[in-house]
Design a protein around this ligand. Structure first.
Ligand SMILES: [Mg+2]
Length: 151
């Protein structure tokens, strides 16, 4: 699998730690956060390609966290993790720009596959922005464009 940066946000320590360990075995670059607040703090300093975000957390819930994430990192893809009782909330998340959601207990391979798809989508999106910028530069040489691509 291609190397990409993942942030796992879940208040359940066991789930989060186990999941992170499994992802690290796949040589992914993984960081964990136990709350939405903590996740946003981390996002202040680090860049990620894909976020796995629990819907139900004390303090800032998944949807609030998602909205803030999409505001500060619009190209970062977010996959919501939900239980049966919060599926409606996860669907609200889709309307707010989440890539997809997965039901808990999440199947590891399914989650891995979705993460991969989310990463591909982000790459394609960045590529499109880059190509548009090149076209604009060709059409208007001399104009200086702001660098948006996250690196
Ligand atoms: Mg939770």
């Amino acid at each position: 699998m291609k190397e990409f940066r993942v942030l796992v946000v879940d208040d359940e320590d066991d789930f989060r730690e186990t999941f992170i360990k499994r992802l690290q075995k796949r040589e992914l670059n993984v960081t964990g956060a136990e709350s939405g607040e903590k996740a946003l703090e981390i996002l202040d300093k680090l860049l990620f390609d894909v976020v796995i975000l629990d819907v139900k957390m004390p303090g800032m819930d998944g949807v609030e966290t998602l909205q803030e994430m999409k505001r500060i990192r619009p190209l970062m893809e977010v996959i919501m993790l939900t239980g049966h009782s919060t599926v409606e909330t996860a669907i609200d998340g889709l309307k707010l720009g989440a890539f997809d959601y997965i039901m808990k207990p999440a199947d590891f391979d399914e989650l891995l596959e979705k993460m991969s798809q989310a990463y591909e989508k982000k790459k394609a999106h960045e590529q499109k922005i880059q190509e548009s910028r090149i076209r604009e530069l060709q059409a208007h040489p001399g104009r200086v464009f702001e660098q948006i691509k996250e690196k």
